[in-house]
Design a protein around this ligand. Structure first.
Ligand code: GP9
Ligand code: MN
Length: 677
């Protein structure tokens, strides 16, 4: 049962069937995530702004970011306000006044660069291109997406912010105020356009692009698909890269200069379909599957990129431009065991999560002698400041989280999916945060040798990686860019407002449901709709599944399925209002990030003192800033004391009398004693 880091009091019966000793002895850890109020209006803001620990965290962080004069000297953890300190460098303004052409390449992993498939060069064009006098190649560069995939890569590159892991940011924040690269360039007289040969509604692009600052969106109504059967794949069957680039050049020829064109490619989309006539890589029998098709499809994309550069030259669009290319995210998933095996075999070493997140960044400044390979670690949020530096921008008048990779002495890349929040890549060190939320269970390795590394000494960086992602979410969920940049509010004041939190009532209605209890789920939704001020604590034997079912049935988008049909069917508002009042009790917290990643971020714990040392529990509390603690006094009052002294200033542990708050908690209630104030 060692791996059962946290058990759950309501599953004791089940647990007992499996292991009576543990069931008898377990002192359990509960995680409760809750949301309460929203000082700024948006339903989603509710979820983040209410978090006391979060506020506290951010406050510290904002102070650190704003006031620490040594921040640059430290070389890592650079963020808003640091660009001006990072401008001094040989290449400042190397591309001043030029047109910017930025290409986000679908599913393009860095392991393709310089690689061969049993003697066949996969990316011959890019291999030459990165050796060109005018090219800077970043080989230690990473995708930093959240759950918005391609669209999060776009967001990170253009806005230097991390998308949410809860849902896709292009929808969550479609009404936010942004001030990223398109807006900054527009201020300098550029026209900003985005080109993507696919349905404009996908990822809600059509609705959010104007807010992101794009003057024009050339999508499926502008690009004529060549309809090559099977290219791309899955639901994303669209225009070929060849046809896309060709038409993109035609559109660019017509544009007023200076311009920024952001091109998003498509034909290397999973499952990497490529019709026979375009296929050039001869695949071994064992690779005649998604893995081999990926290599083949990347080979095709590489060829199209070469044709694009030729096309720019031919049309006189090349010399006065700066061309940026990067991959949006992985193509081959390590999570698929077959893929993992085949890729590891081809790589001749284990296919790791850092290999998977590693995408190329290539910047080409025609006519300038800039050739170099930059190997400090960087990620998509670093693109905006790096490009701004080459374009010679005097300042970055916005809120951003990346750094200029051409002057930084050290890289720092926070990640949030595949390797969960808190994971990072700091130059050659890869740190993977443990999914149970306990730092000491995490691991680290050297990205070059694969050798395991001691995690000792990495905790500070882990916290910074986590805080940086949280800061980004804080900005987005609270529309901080609007408040600070448009309304002119002081960022410190914005943060301090968050202290006016609404208190969670001491009496909670308790519901015991599971994912197959469809009546229970309907009842939960109905209760929340009818009692807009009340909170509900739900527990189940399969909590994550239950919350997912709730989301599926009652989110505004999918809400038609549920028994309650009156919720807003156009937006997620109705759902978010309900969701924000649910306090989940987690059953299986071996992977505590599961519930957090569903958007329930506050945590109530009931520590498992039996299977975990006090040190581990303290570590969990200090790193995860749980909201509250529940204790079981069966095994002694010292645990109550522990709870009270755990550094959770707003959290109270209750003894048996505390049971009154759980007025509807019936079964096994005598084993649960506490809740937050
Ligand atoms: C569709 C394309 C693919 O427009 O951007 O998105 P993805 O599935 O890779 O996120
Ligand atoms: Mn993509």
């Amino acid at each position: 049962m060692k791996e059962k880091l946290f058990a759950y009091i309501f599953s004791l019966k089940d647990l007992y069937r499996k292991n009576s000793k543990v069931a008898n002895n377990a002192i359990l850890l509960l995680l409760i995530f809750l949301f309460a109020f929203n000082p700024f209006g948006g339903a989603y803001a509710t979820s983040v702004s209410n978090q006391e620990f979060f506020t506290y965290h951010i406050k510290d962080l904002a102070k650190y970011l704003a006031n620490d004069p040594d921040m640059n000297e430290e070389g890592y953890y650079l963020a808003t306000g640091t660009y001006e300190k990072q401008k001094d460098g040989e290449l400042f303004g190397a591309a001043k006044g030029r047109n910017l052409i930025m290409i986000q390449m679908e599913s393009f992993q860095n392991m393709m660069i310089g690689a061969d498939y049993y003697g066949q060069e996969i990316t011959p064009f890019l291999n030459d291109f990165i050796k060109d006098d005018s090219t800077i190649y970043f080989d230690n560069f990473y995708s930093q997406i959240g759950s918005g995939n391609t669209s999060d890569a776009e967001l990170a590159a253009n806005n230097s912010l991390f998308g949410s892991i809860e849902s896709y940011s292009y929808q969550l924040f479609e009404n936010n105020y942004f001030r990223g690269l398109p807006w900054l360039l527009r201020d300098q007289g550029y026209t900003a356009s985005v080109m993507h040969g696919y349905n404009k509604e996908f990822w809600n692009r059509q609705n959010i692009y104007p807010a992101l600052g794009f003057d024009n969106f050339y999508g499926d109504t502008e690009f004529k698909s060549d309809n090559i059967d099977g290219i791309g794949g899955g639901r994303i069957v669209g225009i070929s890269d060849r046809a896309f680039f060709k038409q993109a050049i035609d559109y660019m020829k017509e544009q007023k200069e200076p311009y920024y064109n952001f091109l998003i490619t498509l034909s290397t989309h999973n499952p990497f379909g490529l019709p026979g006539e375009l296929s050039e890589i001869k695949l071994k029998k064992e690779d005649q599957n998604m893995v081999g098709h990926y290599y083949d499809s990347i080979h095709y994309a590489d060829k199209c990129l070469g044709e694009f550069i030729q096309g720019l030259k031919k049309e006189g669009l090349y010399d006065n431009s700066i061309i940026v290319m990067y991959g949006d995210h992985f193509g081959l998933s390590k999570a698929d065991p077959n893929v993992d095996t085949l890729v590891s075999k081809w790589l001749e070493h284990e296919y790791t999560y850092d290999n998977m997140a590693n995408v190329p960044l290539i910047i080409h400044v025609p006519g300038e002698e800039v050739n170099q390979t930059v190997s400090i670690s960087g990620g998509q949020v670093d693109i905006m400041p790096t490009v701004a530096y080459l374009l010679g921008m005097e300042n970055l008048d916005t809120i951003y989280l990346g750094q200029n990779l051409l002057t930084a002495r050290e890289g720092f890349v926070p990640l949030q999916i595949h390797m969960i929040k808190g994971s990072f890549i700091k130059d050659d060190t890869v740190f993977e945060m443990s999914r149970d939320g306990v730092f000491s269970n995490s691991k680290a390795w050297n990205r070059k040798t694969g050798e395991p590394m001691d995690i000792e000494g990495l905790e500070e960086d882990y916290l910074k990686a986590k805080e940086k992602i949280e800061l980004s979410h804080f900005y987005l969920y609270n529309n901080v860019l609007k408040l600070a940049l448009q309304d002119g509010k002081d960022i410190d004041k914005i943060i301090s407002k968050l202290n006016n939190r609404v208190k969670v009532p001491k009496t909670l209605k308790f519901m015991y449901i599971n994912s197959s209890d469809s009546k229970g789920i309907d009842h939960l939704a109905e209760f929340l709709r009818e009692n807009p001020k009340k909170f509900v604590m739900i527990s189940s034997d399969n909590l994550v599944e239950t919350l997912n079912v709730f989301a599926d049935r009652y989110s505004g988008k999918k809400g038609e399925v549920g028994d309650i049909k009156e919720i807003d069917s156009k937006t997620n508002q109705g759902f978010e209002n309900m969701k924000s009042r649910i306090i989940p009790l987690m059953q299986d917290t071996t992977n505590y990030s599961k519930v957090e990643y569903l958007g329930y971020e506050n945590i109530m714990i009931l520590p498992d003192f039996q299977n975990h040392t006090v040190k581990e529990i303290k570590e969990f509390i200090s790193d995860n800033k749980p909201y509250g603690m529940v204790i079981n006094i069966d095994n002694g009052l010292w645990q109550k004391e522990f709870a009270e002294n755990a550094g959770l200033s707003k959290v109270y542990a209750y003894s048996e009398e505390g049971i009154r708050w759980i007025d509807k908690l019936n079964l096994r209630a005598n084993r649960v004693y506490g809740i937050v104030e």
